[in-house]
Write a protein that binds this ligand. Structure first.
Ligand SMILES: Cc1cc2nc3c(=O)[nH]c(=O)nc-3n(C[C@H](O)[C@H](O)[C@H](O)COP(=O)(O)OP(=O)(O)OC[C@H]3O[C@@H](n4cnc5c(N)ncnc54)[C@H](O)[C@@H]3O)c2cc1C
Length: 416
């Protein structure tokens, strides 16, 4: 028989995915979120410096992120993603100003690497085969041990892609996580890695429609409701202590704990979790993008890695960006703007800007950190875990977070 109420702790993408799947199955769901808004690391907010709503960070989805696509379809938001009609990634090398477009073909047989106009300039077909070595790398191997991390194809293709996917300097990152991404994208063909962004913002696309879906099915979403303590009774969680109020759980009630790893560890001190993180820095500039500037462009030989185009704004992503955390904001904004202006051919001085530094953007995708990721099941019969840091087999991404939420919901549905 089904648990009478399922409490989901944390309204990030993982918690919302779990809640949506549980509500879809007819469960009574209550979501408790500590922050004043839902979304966690994947949200929009009004930025006073820029005078517009922006996302906490530019988030890229890929067309082959099947769990994310199904989630969006279920909550009626699949039309909120936009991207090029076919898979292509424009790049510029800021040292030489060489520009190229990576244009993989749609199908599984990757014939695009045989076409010099579709691949990275100055590379040979055989250079591309290095990446396959990742697929056979033994468990807990760093990428740097599994494949060469130098040369044109590495610097101009594998490094930017792996760094974006893993948010960790590729040579030290886990080869198995990289292989999982490659299996689901490159090995499937260009149709699986068409780049997609939330055109109207992350909250409007992923978060608000999920909340509406939940509320339409009678679920409750309680914001600023911070769980302080889990009260356990033998093999069950018996109470949820929110400081000012406590919820006693009925015998068939259950809990999905979908908080970040450091908070999961605080609530469950015996849990093993990843405990090293990598930062992501985003810089936003209130400037009208030049006509015909691509929706996103990769930048090589620069501090900046990707520029995204939005109405009235150019926006930069720098992954694995811990080295930039202590740099004074003004100097960093100025430095980043000079590169953006160079790429976009803009003569203007520094426009209105914002820099968002997410220190703990993702867990560090190192072999030893990956090994610390727990599964969804816990020592308590009515408590399951979700979050991008749980053992999804993927790096910390929206896709991984949604799969973890789905898995948590499926476990509870099976036990009901
Ligand atoms: C700047 C940046 C850029 C990124 N870029 C990409 C990208 O391009 N593509 C991609 O796929 N992924 C990207 N990611 C990663 C992606 O955002 C995360 O993988 C995903 O949002 C994680 O979701 P989650 O639900 O697991 O965790 P979180 O979003 O951290 O959600 C956890 C929630 O729990 C709440 N909470 C914490 N403690 C408590 C408590 N005690 N009680 C109640 N609630 C609590 C938090 O407030 C939060 O809302 C990026 C992340 C960042 C930060």
């Amino acid at each position: 028989m089904r648990s009478s109420v399922i409490h989901v702790i944390g309204a990030g993408v993982a918690g919302l995915a779990a809640a949506v799947r549980l509500a879809e199955g007819g469960a009574t769901v209550v979501v408790h979120e500590a922050a004043p808004a839902a979304g966690g690391r994947c949200r929009s907010y009004y930025d006073h410096a820029l005078g517009m709503v922006i996302d906490n960070g530019n988030h890229l989805l890929l067309s082959g992120n099947h769990a994310a696509m199904s989630f969006l379809a279920l909550i009626g938001a699949e039309h909120g993603l936009s991207g090029p009609p076919t898979t292509e990634f424009p790049f510029i090398d800021l040292a030489t100003h060489a520009c190229w477009r990576l244009r993989p073909n749609a199908g599984r047989l990757g014939w695009w690497i045989f076409d010099p106009s579709r691949r990275v300039p100055g590379t040979r077909v055989t250079d591309y085969l290095d990446i396959i070595r990742l697929l056979w790398a033994p468990a807990q191997t760093p990428i740097g041990t599994a494949m060469p991390c130098s040369g044109q194809v590495y610097e101009r293709l594998w490094r930017p892609i792996l760094l974006a996917a893993l948010n960790t300097d590729p040579p030290e990152a886990d080869a198995g996580l990289a292989a999982a991404v490659i299996r689901e994208t490159l090995m499937v063909g260009g149709r699986a890695y068409r780049p997609l962004i939330a055109r109207d913002g992350l909250s409007a696309t992923l978060i608000d429609p999920a909340i509406r879906y939940l509320q339409a099915r009678g679920a409750t979403v309680r914001l600023e409701h911070n769980l302080h303590r889990l009260g356990c009774d033998g093999r069950r969680v018996a109470r949820l202590d929110f400081g000012n109020d406590t919820i006693e759980l009925a015998p068939r009630d259950a809990v999905v704990l979908a908080v970040p790893p450091f908070m999961a560890k605080t609530l469950l001190p015996d849990l093993t979790t990843p405990d090293a993180y990598r930062a992501i820095v985003n810089a936003h500039f209130a400037v009208e993008p030049p006509k015909d500037f691509p929706p996103m462009i990769g930048v090589i030989n620069a501090t900046i890695e990707w520029i995204f185009t939005f109405p009235g704004r150019l926006s930069v992503t720098i992954s694995g960006a811990d080295r930039l955390l202590n740099e004074p904001r003004e100097a960093l904004a100025e430095r980043i703007w000079r590169e953006v202006a160079d790429v976009a051919g803009i003569a203007e001085k520094l426009p209105a800007w914002q820099i968002v530094r997410e220190r703990r953007a993702t867990f560090a995708a190192l072999p030893e950190q990956n090994a610390k990721r727990p599964g969804a099941e816990t020592n308590w019969d009515n408590l399951v875990l979700a979050g991008d840091w749980t053992a999804t087999g993927l790096p910390a991404t929206i896709e991984g977070a949604i799969r973890s939420g789905n898995r948590a919901a499926d476990l509870l549905n099976r036990r009901a």
